[in-house]
Design a binder for this molecule. Structure first.
Ligand code: HEM
Length: 164
């Protein structure tokens, strides 16, 4: 019998058959975690490559073409990352919900998406003016630098979950 203490919703979530299977089936948790890792490697890797282009690397590669290619992969990676993250959360909902690293991780993910959304609504709209060989405007560079920092923070918090 698994005993857990915490908010009622977390105790309930952890006791569901999914939570129980995640803790009891020998290979399930590691497999889910590996899929999570594959997903965030693609997501964060694509974001990093795009951000470095905004900061001025590989200026010969059109930003619009890179966005088309990389950001498509980043969106598909979410299909791996979010369900697997949720499954691991369900397995240890009481611990995770009170884990400061987990809370910070979710906040940083939200901030990273907000930053990406603002970038698309603002500097990226005029990408035709700075698509190739021209330095990106300052707001685009700032968005790129912020994105690098936020995703690094998400990775760090993800790894630190095990230590809190
Ligand atoms: C969106 C980008 C995300 C990134 C970059 C990310 C990153 C990470 C990293 C680096 C780890 C540690 C892996 C390891 O040490 O083996 C991890 C584990 C984990 N992540 Fe994520 N994650 C993301 C999204 C999510 C989401 C959306 C959730 C929950 C809804 C989540 C929940 C978890 C949980 C519960 C663990 C397991 C911790 C453990 O077992 O010690 N993650 N993540």
């Amino acid at each position: 019998m698994h005993s857990a203490a915490g908010p009622a919703w977390a105790v309930w979530l952890e006791a569901t058959s999914i939570g129980t299977a995640m803790r009891q089936w020998l290979w399930l948790y590691p497999i889910v975690e590996i899929v999570h890792i594959v997903g965030f490697v693609v997501l964060v890797g694509a974001a990093f490559m795009f951000d470095l282009r905004l900061l001025g690397l590989a200026r010969g590669v059109p930003v619009s073409a890179l966005a088309d290619h990389l950001l498509r992969w980043a969106r598909w990676a979410l299909v791996l990352v979010v369900p697997t993250g949720s499954l691991m959360f369900i397995a240890h909902a009481t611990e995770m919900s009170s884990n400061p690293a987990f809370r910070l991780k979710l906040l940083l993910i939200a901030a990273a998406f907000l930053n990406a959304g603002l970038f698309h609504r603002w500097p990226f709209r005029a990408v035709g003016d700075w698509d190739t060989e021209i330095a990106a405007p300052l707001p685009a560079k700032l968005a790129g630098a912020l994105s690098l920092g936020l995703w690094t923070g998400v990775l760090a918090c993800g790894r630190l979950l095990a230590y809190f």
